[in-house]
Design a protein around this ligand. Structure first.
Ligand code: CO
Ligand code: CO
Ligand code: CO
Length: 329
């Protein structure tokens, strides 16, 4: 999740300046960054949320992949993590919590991240995620602000986790759609991040709660550019269109549209069902990677080597635009 809301609440407070804070409060990027030496900085992030699937182990796996994602989005390598748990132990039983934590550990093992501890509080509604620390070369940080005219933007995972999980809650998603959803949400953005660095990416972010258009708009704004998005090229999860067409649209979709929509042109030309998916809040979504035109082939080779087959080139940077904007076609 973007720290936008907390930043607003912190606004006006006296936060001491520190030359080693490379990305901090008030920044628009995915994680905070603190320099500890010439060639090393810490990347830190925290994320947690309520269950998105019924199976506790799967929920743990997805929550962990989502928590690690902000580190990968900035080009960092996660090294340690702490569990963050809110749980009604009396109501749901400690065995369910154990399964959630086991799921989180599955993902941390896959990522090669050490679990150092955690903290839990009793809460009516369960919530789980991780506080993660990574390391990064301070000279090679990927932010949202690097877009230049002619750059291509590649999305590495299909969209639609919000509409499909809403359909799951209404018991209307097919087993095949569930499979595809879980497979995508469990997938680490590690390989995509490595490919981005290898191919000389100039900017990157991950697609989460603000949806594709919200996170792309953050890149447009941070870079002060206009972006042309080819909506026909956006990769979609199995049954995403079907679920959105049945009205299985989460509340966050409308919020995203009213927040970002004013700077999105050409919306009336787009199928309203597809438009809903472009604003659909994602859980553990893919990376949006920007590369100069001449590096695009290099990026696709690097992604293909790592079996990231859903990746698609969906947008192009048009040129400078104050405040940023997106044009749909
Ligand atoms: Co986040
Ligand atoms: Co993020
Ligand atoms: Co404690």
């Amino acid at each position: 999740m973007s720290p936008g809301d907390l930043d607003q609440i912190l606004c006006g407070m006296d936060i001491p300046a520190d030359p080693n804070v490379l990305v901090g409060v008030g920044g628009v990027d995915d994680a905070g960054i603190y320099r500890i030496s010439e060639d090393m900085a810490l990347v830190q992030t925290i994320d947690y949320f309520t269950p998105i699937v019924d199976d506790p182990r799967t929920f743990g796996q997805v929550a962990a992949a989502n928590s690690l994602s902000d580190i990968y989005a900035m080009g960092g390598r996660p090294i340690t993590a702490m569990n963050v748990v809110c749980f009604p132990a009396k109501k749901m039983g400690v065995e369910t919590l154990r399964e959630i934590l086991r799921g989180g550990l599955d993902t941390l093992k896959e990522a090669g991240v050490a679990l150092l501890g955690g903290h839990s509080v009793e809460d009516e509604e369960p919530k789980y995620g991780l506080a993660v620390t990574g390391i990064i070369d301070p000279r090679r940080i990927l932010t949202k602000a690097g877009l230049r005219k002619g750059d291509h933007i590649i999305l590495t995972k299909p969209l639609g986790t919000g509409v499909i999980s809403t359909a799951l809650k209404g018991r209307t998603a097919s087993p095949a759609a569930y499979e595809a959803l879980v497979k995508s949400m469990r997938t680490l953005n590690r390989a995509a991040s490595e490919a981005a660095l290898e191919a000389g990416a100039v900017a990157c972010t991950d697609v989460t709660g603000f949806g594709l258009l919200g996170h792309m708009m953050e890149m447009a704004r941070a870079s002060a550019v206009g972006i042309r998005l080819d909506t026909t090229r956006v990769p979609l999860l199995k049954d995403a269109i079907k679920c959105a067409g049945m009205g299985m649209v989460p509340g966050g979709t409308r919020a995203n549209r009213s927040f970002f929509g004013q700077r999105v042109k050409g919306q009336d030309q787009i199928d309203p069902v597809l438009l809903d998916i472009l604003y659909d809040p994602q859980t553990s979504g893919g990376l949006l990677i920007a590369v100069p035109d001449e590096n695009e082939r290099l990026l696709f080779n690097a992604l293909a080597c790592r079996d990231i087959t859903a990746a698609a080139s969906i947008a192009m940077v048009e040129g400078l635009k104050e405040g940023g904007g997106i044009m749909l076609k």
